[in-house]
Write a protein that binds this ligand. Structure first.
Ligand code: AMP
Length: 319
């Protein structure tokens, strides 16, 4: 596994892979890797000849200084997880490598109007501009490839798809299933900041989504009815502050008025639990949830990391 810090080295390795006839898979991450990330790397490993993982905590997408200050950073464990999951290249740029003018922000940013405007975009102004900018940059470093993103960040996936389509980037975007804990909580790097009590309360997001699906299954006619069912469940956890719980059109992410084809719907929820803001989402029926389940093999490597240090073949400079 090659661990590289410069865009030039990363590009050279991936260019060489393509020249050798290997398809490149890219998995962009912010590190603190968990089984959700590993499922993306495993999927890329199964589908591509060369797998690159990027680990970069992108300052451009954080509005809240407290959030980025407390974002977990676990580079040694991350490199072990990447090696175990079969990554060939890990790109770990410093902030100055991605944004040479930093701490002055880049003059050029990417803004995806429409799909960025509501839900996460409304609650976190500038967040999706930061995401679209860093992903566009990573795509330019990686070159033609398949890029793997989690459905966990459903709106982010829509933003990235739209950005890639509008800019004509030669990257195929692959959306991958959400990996959850046994009690339904979606895996997230931020979960480690939850106290045991908050960790228990956090399952209310998944329980709210289940209530939304139950409402659809019971014949709810309007998005408002589905949303009310979800909100009622969140309200049972007084320590959890709801941001939004809505039924949206899965393609446009606009809130729906009338429940039509359940397959065209998506249920979204966001709430603050203790020190962190958590998001989750689900299709509108249990059958569709089952069809999105990640294959079991994809969740193994982080649970059983290899003992001992990782020995990258080429380590430019870490830390
Ligand atoms: P992050 O490191 O949070 O930026 O996430 C990197 C990628 O992993 C994104 O495409 C996320 O959607 C994806 N991801 C995060 N959590 C999960 C999860 N629980 N299941 C599947 N994918 C996930």
């Amino acid at each position: 596994m090659d661990v590289v810090e410069t865009a030039e080295s990363c590009r050279a390795l991936l260019d060489a892979a393509r020249v050798a006839g290997r398809a490149v898979g890219l998995v962009p991450t912010m590190g603190a890797l968990h089984e959700g990330h590993v499922s993306l790397i495993s999927r890329a490993r199964a589908e591509c000849g060369t797998v690159a993982v990027s680990i970069f905590v992108n300052p451009l997408q954080f509005g809240d200084p407290d959030d980025i200050a407390h974002y977990p950073r676990t580079i040694e464990a991350d490199l072990r997880a990447c090696a175990h999951a079969g990554a060939d290249v890990v790109f770990v740029p410093a902030v100055g490598e991605m944004y040479p003018s930093w701490p002055a922000p880049p003059a050029t940013t990417v803004s995806v109007r429409g799909v960025s405007d509501f839900w996460e975009g409304a609650s976190r102004p500038g967040h999706f501009d930061g995401v679209a900018t860093v992903v566009a940059k990573l795509f330019s470093v990686a070159g033609p490839c398949r890029a793997y993103f989690g459905l966990k960040d459903f709106q982010q996936l829509a933003v990235v798809r739209r950005m890639a389509a509008d800019l004509g980037v030669p990257v195929e975007i692959v959306g991958c299933p959400i990996v959850r804990e046994a009690d339904g909580l979606a895996r997230s790097s931020r979960n480690v900041r939850l106290s045991p009590g908050e960790r228990g309360a956090a399952t209310v997001l998944w329980r709210a989504l289940a209530a939304g699906r139950a409402a659809v299954g019971a014949g709810a006619r309007t998005g408002a009815e589905v949303a009310a069912a979800m909100r009622a469940v969140v309200a049972t956890e007084p320590s959890v502050a709801l941001d939004y719980a809505v039924a949206v059109d899965a393609a446009t992410l606009e809130e729906i008025d009338v429940v039509g084809d359940a397959a065209a719907l998506r249920l979204l929820v966001a709430a603050v639990v203790g020190p962190v803001r958590l998001i989750d989402n689900s299709p509108a029926t249990d059958a569709l949830v089952a069809s999105e389940t990640a294959p079991a093999h994809a969740t193994l490597p982080v649970a059983r990391p290899p003992a001992g240090p990782v020995r990258p073949r080429r380590l430019e400079r870490i830390g």
